[in-house]
Design a protein around this ligand. Structure first.
Ligand SMILES: N[C@@H](CCC(=O)N[C@@H](CS)C(=O)NCC(=O)O)C(=O)O
Length: 235
């Protein structure tokens, strides 16, 4: 196995951005924490019991003796060898910029259901979550989607960087899917035709489609990074 992905088993979460890159590239990878003894292996890295700089949190990836955490840093590192980013420095830097913007949106989406602390139950921060959801769905989703729409408009091609798919396109697919699950009403209200077309185009790519239909693709749930609570997404 060439790549080891370490991520919480049972959820898509931030690990999914990395899984999608591996799947689209047809890479040889193992989702370690979903294998027997894999959680212990992951915890050893998090406790600093393995060589190198310990990750603060999953996801992280090991290839040979290199271990890298932080979703955007993982993708920046691996995308050239996976063939998922253009060659030139300018577009590689732009890909990183866009991936970090997706990460900001994912973090804000998470903070809707846990606005006070991840260590508290949702039920114990529901009042704040309701306020946060209103701002997130009314202001932030439209602002981020509007931004990605402009990026796609300027691209002029089928994908962010023209006619070849990149990891940014896969991540946009994932964030749109996650938000459409968590906030179906709010997401449907946002006009973003190019982003929706991109979502569909990525979904239909043969390797992505095969992955989505497989048992490797975990179902969305209220344990995930983005969660559907109907009260946070009124019609
Ligand atoms: N900025 C990091 C965030 C990593 C992160 O927050 N991971 C979550 C799971 S999705 C976690 O386990 N966090 C533990 C913590 O923050 O204490 C990334 O984009 O990878």
């Amino acid at each position: 196995v060439r790549y080891e992905l370490y991520y919480w088993p049972g959820i898509q979460g931030r690990g999914e951005f990395v899984r999608l890159a591996f799947e689209e590239a047809g890479a040889d990878y193992v989702d370690v924490a979903r294998t027997e003894g894999g959680m212990d292996a992951m915890m050893r890295f998090l406790r600093g019991q393995e060589e190198g700089v310990p990750p603060f949190a999953p996801p992280f990836v090991r290839r040979d003796d290199v271990v890298v955490a932080q979703t955007a840093a993982i993708l920046r590192w691996l995308a050239p060898e996976l063939g998922l980013v253009p060659q030139d420095e300018a577009r590689r830097a732009s890909a990183d910029q866009l991936q970090l913007t997706v990460a900001d949106l994912a973090a804000e989406g998470h903070d809707v259901h846990h606005p006070i602390a991840s260590s508290l139950y949702y039920e114990d921060q529901k009042t704040e979550a309701l306020r946060r959801a209103k701002a997130f769905t009314g202001e932030r989703i439209p602002k981020f989607f509007g931004y990605f729409e402009r990026v796609l408009e300027k691209s002029g091609g089928e994908y962010v960087f023209g006619d070849r798919v990149s990891y940014v396109d896969l991540s946009l697919f994932q964030i749109v899917s996650g938000l459409a699950y968590a906030f179906p009403n709010a997401t449907a209200r946002v006009k973003a035709p190019r982003l929706r077309e991109l979502h569909q185009r990525v979904k239909e790519r043969p390797r992505v489609a095969a992955y989505l239909a497989s048992e490797r693709r975990l179902r969305e749930s209220t344990d995930d990074l983005l969660r559907h609570y109907p009260e946070l997404d009124p019609a």
